[in-house]
Design a protein around this ligand. Structure first.
Ligand SMILES: [Zn+2]
Length: 573
């Protein structure tokens, strides 16, 4: 699942350890699929039925530390996609990527802030990594800041004293950090959108985390010629901010003008190719096999933790609690009384940390394994593929399996695939997307249960498809209780726009998005295979299999009876 982008939202968790991730080994083929699960596990060979056992075997491979968090454009993600391609080759699926292979190459670049960058104000130099640091960004090239006027923009997250778009456009806007947060009010145009750059005041010195972020590379799609320039975010020290503004921001009104900055931000760019994995199960009906039911997940995740290792066990317990304290499943804050109740649970959980410590020593961890996001979807799609390839159910239409890259970078792999499809775009009759289908139990979220499943987008283009999901669900041995909360128009979590299905929907292809939802370990090093609910995930896999089979055997395509979005426009939930 793609993260909502906010500035300065990377809050420092002071739980740092000192070395890289280490795990102890506890491997046994007889390990149960639920209850306390091991940190490492090598399961038996997989078989045709979609099973919790197979999913567990696959996910402990796919979310292993050796894949280094599977960031698109890295070696770890190349290994991950090699695993998927090897699996579908063994299943005998037809390759449907470039040049008769299972891979569709997606041209990524790596872009890193150049530490030799110098800026100056009033003739004196600002030094990179001492006075300021610039973050990686997406887009063609950074907007020029050479000769640009500096203005004071107020405090991040303070919408009562907000700079206007007129005051910000074309300027270098210096912002006090406050408690971080998004620019502007939700739903309103961002007043900083037209700024040449935004500089956030870090503190007396740049923190280790800010320096680490400045050293990290952004991996993104190679820009098209003539692509628009991008706004860069900088972190500056208090003294550098005072030099840029010509005085302390404490005395300044919002919109007050400062000095002029000289010089430009420079970046070092190299190629970092990545790839989608695309495979086809041919349909049995000669008249229908030229049409496809697409099933997808994203193969990538977010790589290593930029700020270094943290203690895994205490972070996991903290994350579980944090999520329960602040949020409920509809994304609303809990009442003070509910929060107090949840804090009482925190006390109990602290006791549990002591019992974990009795079992094993502190485990420093810096790898975002992405077991749920979206290892769970990736291995579930593999299980569905295996069930079709080895089983007796043979659908009339073809099934198109796509494991997308670069979802975490902004749905880039699915955008690339739907802009450059390897089958005719019009031949895709529906897309079923699964992203984060491994949690959703009562311990993960307040509304969670073994029947919990969120559905998003299923009636946004085709009422018929939305109805069909419900019909198929009723035939399952243990039907799910669908939660449509996150499908509401304008829902603040914006889930409809945050995973790969939208890239299909924008072309008018009906979609169904299935997920067990956000949880405390989302985008943390603690998203690991031992916390996954495998029986729950297996039942979701079976539902996806049955749904795909039903759509593939229909005597007509799912009817599109709702307006299609503008494929080049912005997504609106
Ligand atoms: Zn994600």
């Amino acid at each position: 699942m793609l993260r909502i982008r906010t500035l300065a939202s990377v809050s420092a968790l002071a739980l740092a350890g000192a070395c890289s991730s280490t795990q102890t080994s506890a491997t046994s083929a007889a390990t149960p699929v639920s209850g306390p699960l091991p940190l490492k596990y090598a399961g038996p060979v997989t078989s045709a039925p979609i099973s919790a056992q197979d999913l567990m075997t696959r996910l402990y491979v796919y979310a292993d530390d050796s894949l280094q968090g599977r960031e698109a454009g890295t070696v770890g993600h190349m290994k991950a996609t090699a695993y998927i391609a090897d699996q579908v080759r063994r299943l005998g699926l037809a390759p449907a990527g470039d040049n008769g292979t299972y891979f569709q190459n997606v041209p990524f670049i790596s872009r890193r802030f150049d530490p030799a960058t110098t800026l100056s104000v009033d003739g004196s130099a600002l030094t990179a990594f001492t006075d300021f640091v610039a973050f990686p960004f997406r887009g063609a090239s950074p907007r020029s800041i050479d000769g640009v006027q500096v203005v004071y923009g107020g405090t991040l997250g303070d919408t009562t004293r907000e700079i206007s778009a007129d005051q910000a456009t074309g300027k270098l806007v210096v912002m006090s950090a406050g408690r971080g947060g998004r620019f502007g009010r939700r739903g309103a145009p961002n007043p900083l959108a037209g700024a040449a750059a935004v500089a956030v005041i870090a503190g007396p010195q740049l923190s280790a985390q800010e320096l680490a972020s400045g050293r990290s590379a952004s991996l993104t799609l190679k820009p098209e010629p003539g692509a628009p320039t991008a706004q860069v975010t900088l972190y500056v020290t208090e003294s550098a901010a005072a030099r840029l503004l010509g005085g302390s921001p404490d005395q300044m009104t919002v919109g007050a003008t400062g000095r002029t900055v000289q010089g430009n931000l420079r970046y070092i760019t190299t190629d970092a190719p990545t790839r989608n994995v695309v495979a086809i199960l041919p349909g049995t009906d000669p008249a229908l096999r030229g049409q496809y039911v697409a099933i997808g997940a994203h193969s990538d995740h977010i790589g290593l933790r930029a700020a270094g290792p943290v203690d895994h066990d205490s972070l996991h317990l903290y994350n579980q609690q944090r999520y329960f304290i602040t949020d409920n499943p509809s994304g609303e804050r809990l009442t003070p009384e509910q929060q107090a109740q949840q804090r009482e649970r925190l006390g109990a959980i602290r006791v549990n940390l002591d019992s974990v410590r009795a079992l094993r020593a502190s485990r420093p961890d810096s790898i975002n394994n992405g077991a749920d996001d979206d290892g769970s979807g990736t291995v579930t799609v593999l299980e569905v593929a295996e069930a079709f390839a080895k089983g007796t159910v043979k659908p009339k239409r073809s099934i198109l399996f796509v494991w997308h890259t670069g979802e975490e970078k902004g749905l880039l792999g699915s955008r690339y695939f739907t802009d450059n499809p390897t089958v005719s775009r019009d031949s895709i009759v529906a897309q079923i997307n699964i992203d984060m289908v491994g949690r959703g139990a009562a311990k993960d979220l307040a509304a969670g249960s073994e029947r919990y499943l969120q559905l998003v987008g299923s009636r946004r283009l085709s009422t018929e498809l939305g109805d069909l999901v419900e019909t198929v669900n009723r035939t399952e041995p243990m039907p799910f209780t669908f939660d449509y909360t996150y499908d509401a128009n304008g829902h603040p979590e914006n889930i409809y726009c945050r995973s790969d299905h939208y890239e299909y929907a924008r072309w008018g292809i009906p979609v169904v998005f299935l997920t067990t939802g956000l949880h405390g370990d989302y985008h943390q090093v603690t998203d690991e295979p031992q916390y996954i609910d495998y029986p729950h995930m297996a039942r979701i896999g079976k539902l996806v299999f049955d749904l795909a089979d039903r759509v593939a055997d229909m005597d007509h395509r799912p009817v599109v009876d709702k307006p299609k979005p503008d494929p080049k426009g912005a997504c609106r939930q």
